[in-house]
Design a protein around this ligand. Structure first.
Ligand SMILES: C[S@@+](CC[C@H](N)C(=O)[O-])C[C@H]1O[C@@H](n2cnc3c(N)ncnc32)[C@H](O)[C@@H]1O
Length: 330
């Protein structure tokens, strides 16, 4: 018989209490996931107007686990499962959480580029559910002091992010706003972002950007790259999850020129196509270093096409090549 793991237990508590809260408070499942997370963090049942029976039932479920006994990664993963379940129904592709296969690989890349730094500031200007940012923060556990910032325009997603951060004890500063408007965040060492792809509807705001389109709406992912550059320190690194076709559209020459002027392309790594439902939505990781006194052009940018993450042999061989690249270029 299969034994129920600690993580499955935690997921069951989040899932079952969210279902009860959703039903009694007439919320969607995903809204109730946020509510139950807040309850678990506060150690209290905060929803009013629930029946005594339901309150007792929920309380019993919370008491069956000790949230403080869980590792940060266990909490993140259990929460990730509940969010995935909630986002499944009808979530827009731009509202999808970054899966941890990508997050872990990005965590590995960030740790290689920052190379033993003990203090770090990090920004995710499209933080969404916080899954990508917290996966990376958990990966960087040897960095002694991390200051982190997350911004998102969607109030439900950012609520899920701040609850995840609380439960995992990451003191992230959150801003619920449009990241392309004025951001009151000082430049950071590292910016990471799974870019929202598509058109940005606010032409007035877009007109403040070099990468605005000559005609019609601008690409929000291009504006996000420019805004991220502004909020990254000189010599700092930027890691973007971008469409494979980033450098192939009719707006691409302008983007290319802009990037060449302000930064150095350190790498472009194509993620396995099997991660995406539709091959046309395949993504890559673009790694940039903002120009500065110490920034150095690599002999050759890190270019790779990742195999399926489950293909251990092929993955080991790629990781070896990446390690070699670091030895030669960093
Ligand atoms: C691909 S998702 C990022 C997912 C996130 N990395 C995670 O792990 O949940 C893109 C995010 O960009 C946000 N977004 C889109 N346009 C935005 C804007 N103008 N300002 C701030 N956030 C925006 C969406 O709400 C969405 O959460």
């Amino acid at each position: 018989m299969k034994t129920v793991s600690k993580l499955e237990n935690l997921f069951a508590v989040i899932n079952e209490t969210a279902e009860l809260i959703a039903k009694e408070c007439q919320l969607t499942y995903i809204e109730a996931v946020a509510e139950t997370g807040e309850n678990m963090f506060q150690g209290a049942i905060l929803q009013e107007d629930m029946s005594e029976v339901t309150i007792k039932n929920i309380k019993r479920k919370y008491e069956s686990i000790d949230i403080n006994s869980f590792e940060k990664e266990e909490i993140r993963k259990a929460y990730q499962l509940a969010i995935l379940k909630g986002l499944k129904d009808g979530a827009h592709p731009n509202h999808q959480m970054t899966p941890d296969t990508i997050g872990l690989f990005l965590g590995y890349l960030v740790s290689k580029f920052i190379d033993g730094k003990k203090e770090l500031s990090i920004l995710d200007p499209a933080v969404g559910t916080g899954n990508l940012l917290t996966t990376i923060l958990n990966y960087l556990s040897t960095v002694e002091e991390i200051t982190s910032y997350g911004v998102d325009v969607d109030d439900l997603l950012i609520k899920l992010a701040y609850i995840q951060a609380n439960l995992q004890e990451h003191p992230i500063q959150f801003y619920n706003q449009d990241s392309l408007e004025r951001l009151l965040i000082d430049p950071v060492d590292v910016t990471i972002c799974d870019l929202p792809v598509g058109y940005y509807p606010n032409d007035v705001e877009a007109s403040n950007y070099e990468l605005k389109a000559d005609e019609g709406h601008s690409y929000s992912h291009h504006l996000f790259i420019e805004q991220s550059m502004k909020h990254t320190k000189e010599d700092g690194y930027l890691f973007f999850i971008v469409p494979n076709s980033l450098f192939e559209t009719n707006e691409a020459p302008k983007l290319n020129q802009y990037i060449k002027k302000v930064a150095i392309i350190q790498g472009f790594i194509q993620l396995p196509l099997s991660l995406f439902k539709d091959e046309r939505h395949g993504k890559s990781i673009l790694i940039l270093q903002k120009n500065g006194e110490e920034s150095k052009r690599p002999k050759q940018a890190l270019l790779a096409k990742l195999p399926k993450f489950s293909n251990k042999e092929a993955m080991n061989s790629i990781m070896k090549q990446i390690d070699e690249w670091f030895k030669e270029n960093k």
